[in-house]
Each structure stands twice: as C-alpha cells, then as structure tokens.
Design a protein around this ligand. Structure first.
Ligand SMILES: Nc1ncnc2c1ncn2[C@@H]1O[C@H](COP(=O)(O)OP(=O)(O)OP(=O)(O)O)[C@@H](O)[C@H]1O
Ligand SMILES: [Mg+2]
Length: 352
C-alpha cells in the first residue's frame, strides 16, 4: 500500500503548458478525484503518474520511492484508460487475465480471479467474446475488470464510466464505491462529471488550465468553494452568480435595480453566489426580496422557480408540490449561512 506525491510537476510541450507546477499528496488508501473541464490536464497528470509521460520538471513518488525513472511496468499500477486500451485479438477472459499472466500467476488461480472480477462488473456472460463484439459500455467494463483482477499499489482510472449510458453509469458508480471500499487501494480517478466526483471521492482536486484550484472533501468543495470557478463548476442546477455591489450590508444588483440583505461594508465589482437549494420560495412580501416569475420548471422530484432579479435571473429550488405561474410575484428567502461573495475581476472568494 502506498500514497502518491506529486512535487512541483510541470508538463509542457514547446510553449504550451499542460500541467503547471502542481503539487499534490494522495494519501494511502485514499480515493482522490481529479475534476475539471476538458483539456485542463487530468489525463496528462495520470499519464505522468503511470510513467507513460515524462514530466518536464518535478518529482513523482509512490510510497517513499521516487519513480520518475521507473518504467510503467515497475510502478505496480493498474490503469483504466479513457479509451479502454483492450487487446482486440483476445477474448474478454484473456483480456482480463492478461495482467495476471504477465506476472506469472499460477494457472489454477487465474480462472477464479477472472471469473470474480467479471462478476463484479456484470460481464460473466461475455467472457468468450472479442472486444469488437461488445458495446462501448461493455468494453469499458472489461477494462475495469482487468484493473481490479489483481491488487496493485495504485489504481489510476481515467473516466472509466464515460461510455456507459446514464442508467448503467449510476449503477456502476455505486458498484465502484463498494469495490473501492472493499479493496482499500489508493486510487486517482479522473472525471469531468461533478456528481461522480462528489459521490466517489474522499477528496476532490478541482483543476482548470493545468492548475489545481481547490483540494478538499466533497463537502468543502460544495459548501466552501475557494473561488468563482469552483463555485460555478460544482452543483446542478448551477449556483446563482449575480453581479452587483455591496453597500452598508445590502447587496444591490448591477444597475441598482433590486436589493437583498447580504454582505458588509462597501465594495464594487462583486459576484454574489447562492445555490438554488439555499433559496426558498415564499409568499410575496415575506422573503428577503420579491421577484416576478420568469420560468417555472417541474423536474418531478423538485421544482425550479426562476425569477427576474434586476437585469439578471435567479433560480430557487422548491418542494415538488410548489406551483407558480409566469409573471406571478413570489418572495425569495436566502439562507444567510450559504451566501458567497466573490471578486468579479479576479474570481477570488471574499470575506464579506
Ligand atoms: N502530446 C501532446 N502534445 C501537445 N499537447 C498535448 C499533448 N497531450 C495533451 N496535450 C494538451 O494538454 C492539455 C491537457 O490535456 P489532457 O489530455 O490532460 O486533458 P484532460 O483534462 O484529460 O481533458 P479531457 O477531459 O478532454 O480528457 C490539452 O490542451 C491537450 O491538448
Ligand atoms: Mg482526459
């Protein structure tokens, strides 16, 4: 068992910097998720840990050992790639068995372990097929089974659920959560899906443009976002981000149209952030402010009421029995403990 340390890791190609002087400690047995938009450097980071890509500078340790000069096969890592990386000429059974065979596992042990891994990802009936006769989701599960068939020091998983349909994705997410709890192996998991990150991670590293924006538990990332990027990236529907100014404990929307009680002191160029679920819909005149309803959406499990707030719009999440009409005036009440203030220019969180 071992943790992973990245020390001042940079990866550049010519003038382009893919990963920019990043340091990160992944604890022993931790499930760490790298979360960020396409192109932010997630796969590059994983490939450097795996030894498939050399860092331009910086050190990588697995356990106590600097592995920069170790070949991928000597790093005792099992990786699930974004594009499966299956052997097309081998059956599913042989694909899953491959990591055991190359390590000289006795033949009598191979079949039971392959069968168990196949069962864990619901592939038992496909063991005799070749990858080309499988769906994308089934291929992805073969790749997952091939990783979990042995017990490496570290798992690296790059979007292992990305090719599954929505329903199977949710099932496999719970399956992965259960598996990782059973296996207790240090895992770095890449995704751009925030729900996957929230549900699977012990800690999340939110990345943007080759840099980690915030590292914390899912609760910290969700409830205490360090900056505007993290705040806007996590949460669905997204956090309301309203531009305005703070004057004597009042937030005034851009254009000076509407006001809510929030913040302290005086400051321009503010973005007020508040999640839809931290706003409640109340009768007009009884909340923090009133808005005319711009849109009403019923998702079945809840409703979303979007109101016109100054020149901007604000969305509140309500109970599933709430009903509102367009243009009706409703009151909105905000949870004062969950209002965030950001600097509109730099994006940093402000203590207001
Ligand atoms: N071999 C390479 N040469 C030049 N640029 C590269 C190379 N590999 C990756 N990049 C660039 O580095 C950046 C990070 O790529 P990376 O694959 O790590 O992104 P990612 O976060 O995994 O994105 P995605 O979610 O789309 O998989 C991208 O802008 C990419 O174009
Ligand atoms: Mg990638």
């Amino acid at each position: 068992m071992a943790g992973i340390s990245l020390k001042n890791i940079t990866k550049s190609w010519g003038a382009f910097v893919g990963v920019d002087n990043q340091s990160l400690e992944v604890h022993d047995k931790e499930f760490l998720v790298l979360l960020g938009p396409s192109g932010c450097g997630k796969t590059t980071t994983m490939r450097m840990i795996a030894g498939l890509e050399d860092p331009t500078s910086g050190e990588i340790l697995i356990g106590e050992r600097i592995v920069n000069d170790d070949l991928p096969k000597d790093r005792d890592i099992a990786m699930v790639f974004q594009n499966y990386g299956l052997y097309p000429h081998m059956t599913v059974f042989d694909n899953i068995a491959y990591p055991l065979k190359v390590r000289g596992t006795p033949k009598s042990e191979i079949a039971p372990r392959v069968n168990k891994a196949a069962e864990q990802v619901e592939l038992t009936e496909f063991l005799h097929r070749k990858p080309k006769a499988l769906s994308g989701g089934q291929r992805q599960r073969v790749a997952l089974a091939r990783a979990i068939v042995r017990t490496p020091q570290v798992f690296l998983m790059d979007e292992p659920l990305s090719n599954l349909d929505a329903k199977l994705r949710v099932t496999m997410r719970a399956e992965l959560k259960h598996l990782s709890h059973q296996m207790q192996i240090t895992t770095v998991y890449v995704t751009h899906d925030q729900i996957e990150a929230m549900t699977l991670a012990d800690r999340i590293a939110v990345m943007k443009s080759g840099r980690i924006q915030q590292l914390g538990t899912p609760e910290e990332i969700y409830n205490d976002p360090a900056n505007l990027f993290v705040a806007s990236f996590i949460g669905s529907p997204a956090m309301n981000l309203i531009h305005g100014t703070v004057k004597d404990g009042q937030f005034i929307t851009a254009g000076g149209r509407d006001v809510m009680k929030a913040g302290k002191g005086n400051r321009d160029n503010i973005v007020l952030g508040v999640r839809p679920e931290d706003l409640s819909i109340v009768d007009a005149g009884t909340g923090d402010f009133d808005v005319p309803v711009y849109a009403f959406e019923n998702t079945g499990e809840s409703v979303l009421v979007t109101g016109q707030f100054g020149k901007q719009r604000i969305t509140a999440k309500g109970g599933r029995h709430v009903r509102k009409e367009i243009d009706e005036v409703v009151g909105i009440k905000a949870d004062p403990d969950h209002i965030y203030m950001f600097d509109a220019k730099g994006g940093g969180r402000l203590d207001l």
